[in-house]
Write a protein that binds this ligand. Structure first.
Ligand code: HEC
Length: 141
């Protein structure tokens, strides 16, 4: 009895990390398919963890719970800069909503119907967005 319990505990501790509703492996595939044309994931030491060298969009390293518009090397649009200055962070919910319609998310966040996003891309599935968030979260401590 104790032995079986011990085995179960060992197996559990070796299983893949789970980030809320996201599937890390699917997120990796979706990131390559949908994001690498514009984004890279580069750690603080300069190692590229995902993507190539795209600079159209900001570096997404450590995006989970990162302050909005905080890649100091990227020139953000005015609207997302305002959201960042207001102290908004990339919670899972904010991220998942944003990537499905960046302009709408900014309009809601700023209560400004004229807010605009420089990101001209939308993820078409909520599950894909959840999976990509889980994947990006898994790349940073
Ligand atoms: C066509 C280019 C393009 C594609 C494709 C694209 N993005 Fe973006 N993304 C951008 C740009 C440009 C910005 C900066 C937005 C601004 O300044 O308003 C951005 C901003 C972001 C931000 C805000 C980051 C921050 O530092 O606050 C997140 C999160 C994001 N993108 C996630 C994604 C994900 C995930 C994908 C893939 C599903 C993706 N993007 C695909 C161009 C793109």
């Amino acid at each position: 009895m104790m032995k079986r319990l011990g085995l179960a505990v060992v197996l559990t501790s070796f299983s893949a990390p789970v980030f809320a509703d996201g599937d890390v492996a699917d997120g990796a595939a979706q990131f390559i398919r949908q994001c690498v044309a514009c984004h890279v994931v580069r750690d603080d030491a300069g190692n590229i963890l995902a993507g190539r060298v795209a600079k159209v969009g900001p570096n997404l390293y450590g995006i989970a719970d990162r302050p909005v518009a905080s890649d100091v090397r990227f020139r953000y649009g005015d609207s997302i800069t305002l959201a960042g200055a207001a102290g908004v962070i990339w919670s899972q919910e904010n991220f998942v909503t944003y990537v499905q319609d960046p302009t709408k998310w900014l309009r809601d966040a700023l209560s400004d119907r004229r807010a605009r996003s420089k990101m001209g891309y939308r993820v078409r599935s909520d599950q894909d967005a959840q999976d990509i968030f889980a994947y990006l979260a898994s790349l940073a401590p």
